[in-house]
Design a protein around this ligand. Structure first.
Ligand SMILES: N[C@@H](CCC(=O)NCCCC(=O)O)C(=O)O
Length: 257
């Protein structure tokens, strides 16, 4: 049997009335086709699932992107209108799940909202709207664009020379998409920022000293993961980490060749 990857689902109303937990097909495709793993959508609600069961059922997790933002109570701020919509049930699963996976070394790959969740789970905080900060640019997707326009490659990400992401990608500067409004403010404990957009926005992180794979990216590598030269090595490395985990190897994330 293939390793199992839990893909964090998002609360969604089908036809504006039927409550569902959804996961983008591109996440499942990246996990199945590039990681070589079985993708399973996790109904992210603490009333339905618990962290120990999830960790026993899955070899690793993808913390996906989402329109809903991490609730600011998790970084000691009051919610305002500007914080937008929330998914408190997802927060109630993902924050403890990230902490447990980091502590135990179970592989996680964190994408966009998942990247922000990883930072918050480790004690960090978020800017509500990065395009309003001096010197920053708009990282949001064109709201009325086609999928191709929304996920268009439109920024440079520069990694720390000889750092984890540089070694993984084999390039110090890569090109990625970008579809987010929030961004890292204060980094959480042991969060290392390893890549930045040209305007200084943090784009690539990992947890220093974690016993397992903890890479997170602010962009969306799941888009065309099998063919994109930046996405593919990331999902391949995650695939190797989950296969190692399933086989009882505990090699850690920072030994990327
Ligand atoms: N809400 C956060 C995270 C952004 C993010 O994950 N975007 C993916 C959107 C996918 C979709 O269209 O549903 C932020 O805005 O920073």
């Amino acid at each position: 049997m293939r390793p199992v990857v839990g893909i964090i689902g998002n609360a969604f109303l089908i036809n504006d009335e039927y409550p569902a937990h959804t996961g983008g097909r591109m996440n499942s495709q990246a996990v199945a086709e590039v990681c070589g793993a079985l993708p399973l959508i996790v109904p992210a609600d603490p009333a339905l699932v618990d962290v120990d069961d999830l960790m026993a059922a899955c070899d690793g997790f993808v913390f996906t992107g989402a329109r809903a933002n991490v609730h600011p109570v998790h970084y000691n701020e009051e919610p305002t209108e500007a914080h937008g919509v929330f998914d408190p049930a997802r927060d109630g699963v993902t924050i403890p799940l990230i902490r447990a996976c980091v502590a135990r070394g179970q592989p996680i790959l964190s994408i966009c909202r998942g990247f922000q969740e990883l930072n918050v789970a480790m004690g960090g905080s978020l800017y509500t709207e990065i395009r309003d900060l001096p010197g920053r640019v708009n990282h949001r997707m064109p709201p009325d664009g086609t999928i191709e326009e929304k996920f268009e490659i439109r920024q440079n990400v520069t990694f720390t020379r000889d750092g984890v992401f540089h070694r993984l990608m084999g390039a110090e500067v890569v090109r990625t998409n970008t579809l987010h409004g929030q961004g890292i403010k204060d980094t959480g404990a042991r969060i290392v920022i390893d890549g930045w957009a040209d305007d200084g926005t943090p784009e690539a992180i990992y947890v220093n000293g974690a016993p397992g794979f903890t890479l997170g990216v602010q962009w969306h590598p799941e888009y065309k993961a099998a063919e994109d030269p930046v996405s593919r090595p990331l999902f391949e490395a995650f695939g190797k980490a989950i296969a190692d985990w399933k086989n009882g190897k505990r090699s850690g994330d920072l030994k990327i060749a």
